[in-house]
Design a protein around this ligand. Sequence first.
Ligand code: PLP
Length: 227
Amino acid sequence: MAVNEQAYREIINELSLQAVNLVAVSKTKPIEDILQLYSLGQRDFGENYVQEMEGKANQLPKDIRWHFIGHLQTNKVKYIAPFVHLIHAVDTLKLLKEINKQAVKNNRSIDCLLQVHIAREETKFGFSAAELEDLYQKNRTELQELKNIKIKGLMGMASLTDDWSRVRNEFNFLKTIFDQLSGYPVANSQLSILSMGMTSDYKIALEEGSTMIRIGSLIFGEREKMA
Ligand SMILES: *Cc1c(COP(=O)(O)O)cnc(C)c1O
């Protein structure tokens, strides 16, 4: 099996000294690999395809906390609404409304993170700082009406680059926005989670205030390249 148990233990040790959670990103990886990590005590797993997450959740122990970390389409929310633990990459008010609607249908509350666009690449998703400002001020009333969602924090992905000072600046920018938004009195928003850092940049993210890292290839090995 491809799971790197030693790398996993090292990360867990590193994080135990800080109040940081690890989401093991299991996308494209088989059930057996997830179970191997589960047997070591890991309970938080991240997926970014709706069907794949649904299929795995059906086959795996019920105490796994499933994190949806990919770009979520409005018409797919209903498939994960019954069981998802945390949706990391919410990037529009429209999507928040749909999550709220599906949460009502399932008689539950769904925790969300707002994705912030911090990278240079235009292709990445997320709110800009100005759009977040609008959401929390201009659209505040509408936002507060969504009583079955809870905004628990922010998520961001840094530029794909080995210019580490750039990556650091982007994470630092996200932390600044996090601190600013934390002060806004919005009933269904209590920001405590800052989801930033993956295999290549998680050490920088930790230094810049991350409270949740999403690690895939370092633990599970490289993924097959998608066509
Ligand atoms: C795939 C993915 C990760 C994990 O990436 P690695 O580089 O393998 O650690 C983290 N976050 C998101 C949003 C992803 O899609």
